[in-house]
Design a protein around this ligand. Structure first.
Ligand code: PAF
Length: 282
Protein backbone atom coordinates (compact mmCIF):
# COMPACT_ATOMS: atom_id res chain seq x y z
CA UNK A 1 0.00 0.00 0.00
CA UNK A 2 1.24 3.44 -0.97
CA UNK A 3 0.83 6.33 1.47
CA UNK A 4 0.58 9.87 0.12
CA UNK A 5 0.22 13.07 2.14
CA UNK A 6 -0.06 15.55 -0.74
CA UNK A 7 -2.73 16.17 -3.35
CA UNK A 8 -0.07 16.12 -6.04
CA UNK A 9 1.19 12.71 -4.82
CA UNK A 10 -2.32 11.22 -4.89
CA UNK A 11 -2.95 12.54 -8.39
CA UNK A 12 0.34 11.08 -9.67
CA UNK A 13 -0.40 7.66 -8.11
CA UNK A 14 -3.90 7.66 -9.60
CA UNK A 15 -2.70 8.69 -13.06
CA UNK A 16 -0.67 5.50 -13.04
CA UNK A 17 -3.67 3.33 -12.04
CA UNK A 18 -5.97 4.92 -14.61
CA UNK A 19 -3.43 4.56 -17.39
CA UNK A 20 -3.64 0.80 -16.88
CA UNK A 21 -7.45 0.99 -17.18
CA UNK A 22 -8.23 0.35 -13.51
CA UNK A 23 -11.56 1.35 -11.97
CA UNK A 24 -11.16 3.36 -8.76
CA UNK A 25 -13.20 3.10 -5.54
CA UNK A 26 -12.77 5.64 -2.76
CA UNK A 27 -13.54 5.39 0.98
CA UNK A 28 -13.23 8.75 2.80
CA UNK A 29 -12.72 8.38 6.58
CA UNK A 30 -11.54 10.28 9.62
CA UNK A 31 -9.41 7.34 10.76
CA UNK A 32 -9.43 5.38 14.03
CA UNK A 33 -10.62 2.57 11.82
CA UNK A 34 -12.91 -0.20 13.09
CA UNK A 35 -14.60 -3.20 11.45
CA UNK A 36 -17.23 -0.89 9.92
CA UNK A 37 -14.53 0.93 7.96
CA UNK A 38 -12.87 -2.36 7.01
CA UNK A 39 -16.22 -3.50 5.60
CA UNK A 40 -16.32 -0.34 3.44
CA UNK A 41 -12.81 -1.15 2.15
CA UNK A 42 -13.74 -4.81 1.51
CA UNK A 43 -16.82 -3.72 -0.44
CA UNK A 44 -14.66 -1.25 -2.39
CA UNK A 45 -12.21 -4.10 -3.09
CA UNK A 46 -15.06 -6.29 -4.43
CA UNK A 47 -16.28 -3.52 -6.73
CA UNK A 48 -13.14 -1.91 -8.16
CA UNK A 49 -9.57 -2.61 -9.29
CA UNK A 50 -7.93 0.15 -7.27
CA UNK A 51 -8.95 1.17 -3.75
CA UNK A 52 -8.17 4.57 -2.23
CA UNK A 53 -8.86 5.44 1.42
CA UNK A 54 -8.43 8.90 2.94
CA UNK A 55 -7.83 9.63 6.61
CA UNK A 56 -8.42 13.24 7.54
CA UNK A 57 -10.01 14.55 10.72
CA UNK A 58 -11.80 17.43 9.06
CA UNK A 59 -11.85 20.47 11.35
CA UNK A 60 -14.62 22.27 9.46
CA UNK A 61 -17.28 19.71 10.34
CA UNK A 62 -16.75 20.06 14.11
CA UNK A 63 -18.53 22.79 16.06
CA UNK A 64 -16.62 24.94 18.57
CA UNK A 65 -17.66 22.86 21.58
CA UNK A 66 -17.33 19.50 19.86
CA UNK A 67 -14.68 16.78 20.12
CA UNK A 68 -12.24 17.80 17.33
CA UNK A 69 -9.18 17.86 19.64
CA UNK A 70 -10.20 14.65 21.44
CA UNK A 71 -11.05 12.79 18.22
CA UNK A 72 -8.75 9.71 18.21
CA UNK A 73 -5.81 9.85 15.78
CA UNK A 74 -4.28 6.40 15.25
CA UNK A 75 -2.58 6.64 11.86
CA UNK A 76 -0.02 3.81 12.28
CA UNK A 77 -2.60 1.25 13.44
CA UNK A 78 -4.99 2.46 10.71
CA UNK A 79 -2.34 2.06 8.00
CA UNK A 80 -1.69 -1.56 9.11
CA UNK A 81 -5.42 -2.38 9.01
CA UNK A 82 -5.74 -0.83 5.57
CA UNK A 83 -2.75 -2.73 4.20
CA UNK A 84 -4.32 -5.96 5.54
CA UNK A 85 -7.63 -5.04 3.88
CA UNK A 86 -5.72 -4.65 0.58
CA UNK A 87 -6.16 -0.91 0.19
CA UNK A 88 -3.90 0.32 -2.65
CA UNK A 89 -3.46 3.96 -1.70
CA UNK A 90 -3.86 5.82 1.58
CA UNK A 91 -4.23 9.60 1.39
CA UNK A 92 -3.44 11.13 4.79
CA UNK A 93 -3.13 14.89 4.27
CA UNK A 94 -2.33 17.53 6.88
CA UNK A 95 -4.84 20.27 7.66
CA UNK A 96 -2.73 22.79 5.74
CA UNK A 97 -2.67 20.53 2.65
CA UNK A 98 -6.50 20.47 2.66
CA UNK A 99 -7.03 24.05 3.88
CA UNK A 100 -3.96 26.12 2.90
CA UNK A 101 -5.71 29.35 3.95
CA UNK A 102 -6.82 28.04 7.32
CA UNK A 103 -10.04 26.34 8.23
CA UNK A 104 -12.23 29.09 6.83
CA UNK A 105 -12.01 29.01 3.05
CA UNK A 106 -14.15 31.32 0.96
CA UNK A 107 -15.77 28.55 -1.07
CA UNK A 108 -18.05 26.13 0.76
CA UNK A 109 -20.62 23.59 -0.38
CA UNK A 110 -23.97 24.01 1.28
CA UNK A 111 -26.71 21.47 0.73
CA UNK A 112 -30.07 22.99 1.65
CA UNK A 113 -33.27 21.39 2.91
CA UNK A 114 -32.27 18.00 4.29
CA UNK A 115 -29.53 19.62 6.38
CA UNK A 116 -32.08 21.71 8.35
CA UNK A 117 -33.28 18.72 10.39
CA UNK A 118 -31.87 16.02 12.71
CA UNK A 119 -28.06 16.35 13.05
CA UNK A 120 -28.16 19.47 10.87
CA UNK A 121 -30.43 21.19 13.40
CA UNK A 122 -28.33 20.21 16.42
CA UNK A 123 -24.90 20.68 14.80
CA UNK A 124 -25.08 23.98 12.86
CA UNK A 125 -22.50 24.09 10.06
CA UNK A 126 -21.64 20.39 10.39
CA UNK A 127 -22.99 19.31 7.02
CA UNK A 128 -21.45 22.28 5.22
CA UNK A 129 -18.10 21.09 6.60
CA UNK A 130 -18.83 17.54 5.47
CA UNK A 131 -20.13 18.55 2.02
CA UNK A 132 -17.15 20.86 1.46
CA UNK A 133 -14.47 18.35 2.44
CA UNK A 134 -16.17 15.49 0.59
CA UNK A 135 -16.36 17.65 -2.56
CA UNK A 136 -12.66 18.46 -2.23
CA UNK A 137 -11.74 14.82 -1.65
CA UNK A 138 -13.87 13.65 -4.60
CA UNK A 139 -12.19 16.23 -6.81
CA UNK A 140 -8.74 15.16 -5.63
CA UNK A 141 -9.31 11.42 -6.11
CA UNK A 142 -11.88 11.53 -8.96
CA UNK A 143 -13.01 7.97 -8.29
CA UNK A 144 -15.60 5.98 -10.25
CA UNK A 145 -17.41 5.27 -6.99
CA UNK A 146 -17.28 6.33 -3.34
CA UNK A 147 -18.52 4.31 -0.38
CA UNK A 148 -20.07 5.58 2.86
CA UNK A 149 -21.56 3.84 5.89
CA UNK A 150 -25.32 3.84 6.41
CA UNK A 151 -24.75 4.55 10.11
CA UNK A 152 -24.45 8.19 9.08
CA UNK A 153 -27.77 8.00 7.24
CA UNK A 154 -28.28 11.75 6.92
CA UNK A 155 -24.67 12.28 5.80
CA UNK A 156 -25.17 9.68 3.08
CA UNK A 157 -28.35 11.47 1.94
CA UNK A 158 -26.51 14.83 1.89
CA UNK A 159 -23.66 13.36 -0.17
CA UNK A 160 -26.03 11.68 -2.63
CA UNK A 161 -27.80 15.03 -3.06
CA UNK A 162 -24.62 17.03 -3.61
CA UNK A 163 -23.16 14.52 -6.07
CA UNK A 164 -26.41 14.48 -8.03
CA UNK A 165 -27.01 18.24 -8.03
CA UNK A 166 -23.39 19.23 -8.74
CA UNK A 167 -23.12 16.52 -11.44
CA UNK A 168 -20.13 14.64 -10.04
CA UNK A 169 -19.73 11.58 -12.33
CA UNK A 170 -19.39 9.27 -9.31
CA UNK A 171 -21.61 6.45 -7.99
CA UNK A 172 -22.32 6.75 -4.27
CA UNK A 173 -22.64 3.40 -2.52
CA UNK A 174 -24.14 3.03 0.97
CA UNK A 175 -22.87 0.12 3.04
CA UNK A 176 -24.88 -1.45 5.89
CA UNK A 177 -23.93 -0.60 9.48
CA UNK A 178 -21.67 -3.08 11.25
CA UNK A 179 -22.70 -3.76 14.85
CA UNK A 180 -21.12 -5.26 17.94
CA UNK A 181 -22.73 -8.54 19.08
CA UNK A 182 -24.96 -6.62 21.49
CA UNK A 183 -26.24 -4.40 18.67
CA UNK A 184 -24.23 -1.22 19.27
CA UNK A 185 -23.32 0.36 15.93
CA UNK A 186 -19.54 0.49 15.53
CA UNK A 187 -18.22 4.04 15.78
CA UNK A 188 -14.92 5.68 16.58
CA UNK A 189 -16.75 7.54 19.34
CA UNK A 190 -17.58 4.28 21.19
CA UNK A 191 -14.00 4.44 22.50
CA UNK A 192 -15.02 7.46 24.60
CA UNK A 193 -17.57 5.39 26.59
CA UNK A 194 -16.59 4.18 30.05
CA UNK A 195 -17.47 0.63 31.12
CA UNK A 196 -20.89 1.53 32.54
CA UNK A 197 -21.82 3.64 29.51
CA UNK A 198 -20.66 0.92 27.13
CA UNK A 199 -22.96 -1.55 28.91
CA UNK A 200 -25.86 0.92 28.57
CA UNK A 201 -25.20 1.93 24.94
CA UNK A 202 -26.93 -1.04 23.16
CA UNK A 203 -30.26 0.31 24.46
CA UNK A 204 -30.12 2.77 21.59
CA UNK A 205 -30.38 0.04 18.95
CA UNK A 206 -32.89 -1.94 21.06
CA UNK A 207 -35.06 1.18 21.11
CA UNK A 208 -34.87 1.40 17.32
CA UNK A 209 -35.74 -2.28 16.78
CA UNK A 210 -38.66 -2.05 19.27
CA UNK A 211 -40.02 0.99 17.43
CA UNK A 212 -39.62 -0.73 14.06
CA UNK A 213 -41.48 -3.80 15.36
CA UNK A 214 -44.32 -1.64 16.69
CA UNK A 215 -44.62 0.13 13.32
CA UNK A 216 -44.44 -3.11 11.34
CA UNK A 217 -47.23 -4.39 13.61
CA UNK A 218 -49.46 -1.48 12.61
CA UNK A 219 -48.70 1.38 15.02
CA UNK A 220 -48.87 4.70 13.13
CA UNK A 221 -48.85 7.35 15.86
CA UNK A 222 -45.17 8.18 15.36
CA UNK A 223 -45.25 11.26 17.63
CA UNK A 224 -46.58 9.21 20.56
CA UNK A 225 -44.20 6.29 19.88
CA UNK A 226 -41.07 8.41 19.70
CA UNK A 227 -42.03 10.59 22.69
CA UNK A 228 -42.44 7.46 24.86
CA UNK A 229 -39.17 5.97 23.60
CA UNK A 230 -37.30 9.25 24.22
CA UNK A 231 -38.65 9.39 27.76
CA UNK A 232 -37.48 5.81 28.32
CA UNK A 233 -33.99 6.63 27.01
CA UNK A 234 -33.83 9.66 29.33
CA UNK A 235 -34.89 7.50 32.28
CA UNK A 236 -32.06 5.09 31.45
CA UNK A 237 -29.39 7.81 31.56
CA UNK A 238 -29.29 9.07 27.95
CA UNK A 239 -29.79 12.69 26.96
CA UNK A 240 -31.75 12.25 23.75
CA UNK A 241 -31.14 14.86 21.10
CA UNK A 242 -33.68 13.56 18.56
CA UNK A 243 -35.59 10.38 17.86
CA UNK A 244 -37.68 10.60 14.72
CA UNK A 245 -39.53 8.43 12.24
CA UNK A 246 -39.05 9.81 8.74
CA UNK A 247 -39.45 8.80 5.11
CA UNK A 248 -36.18 7.43 3.76
CA UNK A 249 -35.66 10.66 1.78
CA UNK A 250 -35.79 12.35 5.23
CA UNK A 251 -39.10 14.09 4.48
CA UNK A 252 -41.81 13.79 7.17
CA UNK A 253 -43.31 10.32 7.49
CA UNK A 254 -47.04 10.16 6.87
CA UNK A 255 -49.30 7.28 7.90
CA UNK A 256 -49.11 5.89 4.33
CA UNK A 257 -45.31 6.29 3.85
CA UNK A 258 -43.93 2.82 3.08
CA UNK A 259 -40.13 3.35 3.09
CA UNK A 260 -39.23 4.47 6.58
CA UNK A 261 -36.17 5.24 8.66
CA UNK A 262 -35.99 5.80 12.39
CA UNK A 263 -33.07 8.01 13.42
CA UNK A 264 -31.72 8.68 16.87
CA UNK A 265 -28.99 10.85 18.39
CA UNK A 266 -28.37 10.82 22.12
CA UNK A 267 -25.63 11.73 24.50
CA UNK A 268 -24.39 9.16 26.98
CA UNK A 269 -22.17 11.01 29.44
CA UNK A 270 -20.16 13.29 27.19
CA UNK A 271 -20.35 11.02 24.13
CA UNK A 272 -22.85 11.73 21.36
CA UNK A 273 -24.03 8.52 19.67
CA UNK A 274 -26.17 8.22 16.54
CA UNK A 275 -27.91 5.26 14.96
CA UNK A 276 -30.75 4.45 12.60
CA UNK A 277 -32.78 1.59 11.21
CA UNK A 278 -34.51 1.60 7.84
CA UNK A 279 -37.21 -0.71 6.56
CA UNK A 280 -40.13 -0.88 4.16
CA UNK A 281 -43.75 -1.69 5.00
CA UNK A 282 -45.34 -4.23 2.66
O1 PAF B 1 -18.06 9.96 7.96
C1 PAF B 1 -16.92 10.49 8.13
O2 PAF B 1 -15.98 9.86 8.63
C2 PAF B 1 -16.70 11.93 7.69
O3 PAF B 1 -17.83 12.69 7.92
C3 PAF B 1 -16.23 12.06 6.22
C4 PAF B 1 -17.28 11.57 5.25
C5 PAF B 1 -14.94 11.28 6.03
C6 PAF B 1 -15.95 13.53 5.90
O4 PAF B 1 -14.97 14.08 6.73
Amino acid sequence: MKIETTIQGVRAALRQARKSGKSVAFVPTMGNLHDGHVELVSEARRRADFVVVSIFVNPTQFGVNEDFDAYPRTLDADASRLAEARCDLLFAPTASEMYPDGRTQSTTVQVGGITDVLCGASRPGHFTGVATVVSKLLNIVQPDMALFGEKDFQQLAVIRRLVSELCFPISIIGVATIRAEDGLALSSRNGFLDEGERAQAPLLYQTLTNLRDAIVNGERDYAMLTAAAKAHLAKCGFQPDYLEVRAQDLESAEADTRDLVILVAARLGSTRLIDNIHFSLS
